[in-house]
Design a protein around this ligand. Structure first.
Ligand SMILES: [Zn+2]
Length: 344
């Protein structure tokens, strides 16, 4: 299904379903200018996504050999089909340098193994990490192989016909996610950095000290930019982006405070135990009913919040076989140190 979103430059949205996934769909955007086209993100490496994307591209009369592809970040629902779509074809692929390098390390290096070990050190049961090897969509629907890409840094530009798109590096959701910005028309492709009816998942990454801290600063970075049209990678956009940024900041403030409250009741908990006490919006399901995949995301999110509290020196980690956390001050004093405003 193709929907026209904007006239000049011409922007279309291809609805790519993500079956059995709470995200529901990927908004694949296609920008056309002159004889050139840019496709932004692909969907999972699974037949339902491939079919939707190919139908959409056919309807828009674009052929991958004469199209550029921009991948906003390394997640499989964004890059999953890149290899299938472009193997043995001439297609110019762009991706942010940080996420491209991370993707390569994950695909051919030992990043998954390190991530599993990290989760297990935080109390995630070993039998769950083993079970997730085949069921985590991030792994099972990842690209079938490595691809070549032109890697981009913050502020680089891509020209498609007469349209100039600028990259904006927004680390947080992944180590090096990028938004694309058309300055002339004030249009921002937000990728997963800002979503409107779900909150982007922020997890703890190998090699990143404080991904939530990075994410908060990346939200402030977007606040400084004039935006008239914000195009998210999932679901709909129905409120003002600046309002949405404030809502997301508040969401993380509340979650940080909840983490402190949990530790105020009982110290020396693991991230896995803390996650089990947190309030998650999972359609009324309690922790015991959470599927393992959702527990993985919840523990990752909890770890990111704990990393943040360690970075502001209110929580300390007791490094053991299985790490534990405790508050350094009273809950009130810890909460008073949370300041999500822009770092100068
Ligand atoms: Zn994502």
């Amino acid at each position: 299904m193709v929907t026209k979103i904007n006239d000049v430059p011409a922007i279309f949205q291809i609805y790519v379903p993500l079956p059995d996934n709470p995200l529901k769909n990927l908004n694949c955007y296609v920008l056309k200018s002159g004889n050139e086209a840019l496709v932004i993100d692909t969907g999972f490496n699974r037949p339902e996504c491939k079919q939707a994307l190919e139908y959409g591209m056919k309807e828009l009369k674009i052929d991958i050999e004469h199209t550029s592809l921009f991948l906003t970040h390394l997640h499989s629902d964004h890059v999953g089909l890149v290899y299938e779509l472009t193997k043995h074809k001439k297609c110019h692929i762009y991706m942010g340098k940080i996420d491209y390098d991370y993707f390569v390390n994950t695909t051919i290096g030992d990043m998954w193994l390190k991530t599993e070990q990290k989760f297990e050190q935080e109390g995630f049961p070993k039998e769950y990490t083993t079970a997730l090897r085949n069921t985590n969509p991030a792994r099972s629907f990842a690209p079938s192989g490595i691809f070549e890409a032109t890697t981009l840094n913050d502020g680089d530009t891509i020209q498609i016909g007469d349209c100039i798109l600028q990259t904006i590096l927004v680390p947080g959701h992944t180590p090096g996610q990028m938004c694309l910005y058309i300055q002339k028309e004030k249009i921002l492709f937000t990728a997963d950095h800002i979503l409107f009816d779900i909150t982007p998942n922020i997890t703890s990454w190998i090699g990143v000290k404080n991904s939530l801290g990075d994410y908060i600063q990346s939200l402030h970075k977007i606040k400084r930019i004039p935006i008239q049209l914000a195009l998210p990678a999932h679901r709909k956009n129905d409120i003002n982006i600046y309002e949405r940024i404030e809502q997301i900041l508040l969401h993380h403030k509340i979650r940080l405070e909840d983490t402190i409250d949990i530790l105020a009741k009982k110290q020396n908990l693991t991230a896995y135990q803390i996650a089990s006490f947190m309030k998650w919006s999972m359609r009324g399901k309690c922790w015991e009913e959470f599927p393992i995949t959702q527990r993985w995301f919840a523990v990752g999110e909890t770890m990111a919040h704990l990393d943040y509290l360690i970075a502001i020196h209110v929580v300390e980690k007791l490094v053991k076989n299985v790490n534990q956390y405790r508050l350094i001050y009273s809950a009130e004093k810890c909460k008073s140190k949370i300041d999500l405003s822009e770092r100068k």
